[in-house]
Design a protein around this ligand. Structure first.
Ligand code: C2E
Ligand code: MG
Ligand code: MG
Length: 400
């Protein structure tokens, strides 16, 4: 392995042990037994720091605070003998400081855990490097041009009914087909759209594309439900329900089965306006889904107040539920909660058959993830729906 890894731990024996493990994994490492010495060291992008939380002079939390002030570019992996809850809070704290905390490890450290976090940390690193070195920072004018020149496309990801393996719906996910850089993912442009006033025309374009595609599919007798992602500014615009109804009516698609996905954090803004818009959307017959559930800050009473009919459990819990008992408990509880509140529950990020089996045991309604298919162009999605592979997967794992 190519990178230098920095170990910050007051315990000499522990740091030596970690150093030996890293050697076995092919990594060079540098040890600091005094956090003060470590804080004198200049960190570079690409450095990986294994930071102990409990040290006598300056503890790891203080080190995190100091690193935040220096805009630390390194990847951080936290270490501690405390239980997972403490490590998890420390990770959250680091991220709240805008630090790049990639993982945490419980002491005594196991070789396989160290290897796992280093591999995922490195993958993050590679992704970021290719992202930043290849792509420029796009401007509002460039995105405006893209919108005007039909460079925005939708790809569709299947959502599968766990009771029979049939396609229930598709989630439309935006892509920017850039003439020089190829297909760009939402992470590369949604924030730009949201931070400028372009999110309103962008969402209008997404709705237009989705309606047109539905019309083309319907003509072939293919009518999956369509889920669209809606941003906070769309929700605080009181005109949204009428605009959507009018767009559908003008294309004679008033009966289209449309589900609007909003994230939990969207609801933190102007709750009264959001509530007004969301309630009228439901009254006009649109479905409402709460996306990335579990990662935001909505209180349970908020969940009850807004008329959602679908709950999408965030993929961070779904992807880890196979090996992490806490994630499993969260997923199970979210499914119960959704059902008790009369909602259908979707699990996002279903990547393997073991996860599928657990979701089926937990009586989850719908699954979406790479196991079934990635977001794909419209024609591919239609072919996917016809090949029936998802039904075979479900019959193997989800027998009632
Ligand atoms: P989201 O709405 O939570 O969409 C799910 C994201 O997870 C998609 O990423 C999807 O490709 C990815 N995903 C699905 N299954 C798996 C899996 O099994 N494993 C993994 N690793 N990932 C999976 P994508 O397309 O990059 O979209 C990211 C986010 O961008 C979306 O998250 C949504 O918040 C936002 N977005 C996408 N299209 C739109 C849009 O038209 N409008 C708005 N406002 N936001 C959009
Ligand atoms: Mg979504
Ligand atoms: Mg999501």
């Amino acid at each position: 392995m190519e990178r230098n890894i920095i170990i910050v731990d007051d315990d000499v024996q522990t740091s030596q042990l970690i150093q030996v493990m890293l050697q076995v994994l092919g990594c060079e490492s540098t040890v600091f037994n005094h956090p003060k010495d470590f804080l004198q060291h200049t960190l570079e992008a690409g450095d990986v720091v294994l930071l102990d939380l409990v040290m006598p002079e300056i503890d790891g939390i203080e080190v995190l605070r100091t690193l935040a002030k220096t805009n630390c570019p390194a990847k951080l992996i936290l270490l501690s003998g405390y239980d997972k809850a403490v490590l998890h809070s420390a990770e959250e704290l680091g991220r709240a400081h805008d630090l790049n905390v990639v993982a945490s490890l419980r002491k005594p450290i196991q070789m396989r855990d160290l290897q796992r976090v280093l591999i995922s940390g490195r993958r993050l690193l590679v992704c970021e490097q290719t992202k930043t070195s290849r792509l420029p920072q796009f401007t509002k004018t460039q995105f405006e041009f893209a919108l005007r020149n039909q460079q925005i496309e939708l790809h569709y990801q299947p959502q599968v009914d766990l009771s029979n393996g049939l396609l229930v719906g598709v989630e439309a996910l935006a892509r920017w087909n850039h003439p020089d850089y190829g297909l760009l993912m939402p992470a590369q442009f949604i924030t730009l759209a949201e931070q400028s006033d372009l999110i309103i025309p962008f969402t209008a374009e997404v709705v237009r594309l989705a309606i047109d595609q539905s019309q083309r599919w319907n003509a072939k007798g293919f009518c999956p439900r369509m889920s669209l992602n809606i941003s906070a500014d769309n929700i605080t615009s009181l005109a949204l329900p009428e605009q959507l109804s009018e767009m559908l009516a003008s294309k004679e698609m008033s009966g289209m089965n449309l589900m609007l996905e909003v994230t939990e954090s969207t609801l933190m803004g102007e709750l009264l306006t959001s509530l007004d818009t969301l309630t009228r959307l439901r009254m006009k017959g649109f479905g409402l889904s709460i996306d990335d559930f579990g990662t935001g800050y909505s209180s349970l009473s908020q969940l009850h107040r807004v008329p959602f009919n679908e709950l999408k459990i965030d993929q961070s819990f779904v992807q880890t539920m196979e090996r992490d008992a806490d994630s499993r408990a969260i997923v199970k509880t979210c499914i119960r909660l959704g059902h008790e509140l009369g909602m259908e529950v979707v699990a996002e990020g279903v990547e393997n058959e073991a996860i599928l089996s657990i979701l089926s045991d937990f009586k989850c309604d719908i699954a979406q993830g790479f196991l079934f298919g990635k977001a794909m162009p419209a024609d591919e999605l239609h072919q996917w729906a016809e090949n029936g592979k998802s039904a075979a997967l479900i019959s193997r794992h989800c027998v009632a």
